[in-house]
Design a protein around this ligand. Sequence first.
Ligand code: ZN
Length: 317
Amino acid sequence: MINEKRPVKLAPIQKNCLWGREDWMLSWQHEGFEGIPLLIKIITAREALSIQVHPGNEIAWEMEGGNGKTEMWFVLDCEPGACLYYGLKHRISQNEFCKRIQNGTILEICRRVPVRKGDVFYIPAGLIHAIGKGITVAEVQQSSDITYRVYDYDREDADHQKRPLHIEKAARAAGFLPPLAGHHPMGERMQKNGYSRTLLVQCPYFVVQYYEIEKCMEGNVKDSFQSLLVLDGEGCLESVTGNLTLSKGESIFLPKGMGTYRLAGGLQILISEVSTDEFKVWNRRPACHNGSGPGSLKSGNYTGGDFRRGGLCEKPE
Ligand SMILES: [Zn+2]
């Protein structure tokens, strides 16, 4: 399926969680997509998610034998007064970090941020974060399920068990600085003929853009596949290999090399792709392999807003 040069509509894979629900819109669990490098979800949080951190590639390969996770959120909806946790308030030591996980006071030093529809949060590996109660986001991330939990509100599951915290692993994976970036799109809204485009996040792993289509737009699928997530509206996708109707909540996969296409209608769409140019640039940097360069994941090197953090070493040497 993934090799054909035609657009494919993907049925969401629903997951019910302790705190709400996830709809996996593009994932390795979709048949024929086992090796897909991105995981795209819609997350509906009835309750707050645990405070967590994800490792970057280098540490993830060393400790877990898999990819690390950099992710981004685009806020689709939220209750009045909704907040989430995004990074630390100030720099702390690794020692303080571990103590605060152990004695349950880590929340005191996490930045609590009020949320509005349309906010964009870029979460490089190493940044402490948690989605709050009453928030719905579209999430784009590296294909990885490695999460280190540092606080879980003392919740218990149906069997009265608390979910484990991962103190030592989190201490290795975490940076101990606040995020340097704000929670806005990385690019300006660009008004074009018939549509507008806003760059939400560009990082070594993915590029996510938000399109508001009033009449139509033309796209091209070249070096990376594209994932189209229809956030609102109705319309259609036309390409030489097939046409599809589009409506709110649908996920459409356009395979690499599919060529030009046209979107028509009144649509709000999230288009995600793999960041191929960034990969090429980054892979030329020799420091990537010795653990001391800009691609290193050593905690002390953490620079928060540097979205190249994490490097692109597929496996540490
Ligand atoms: Zn996360």
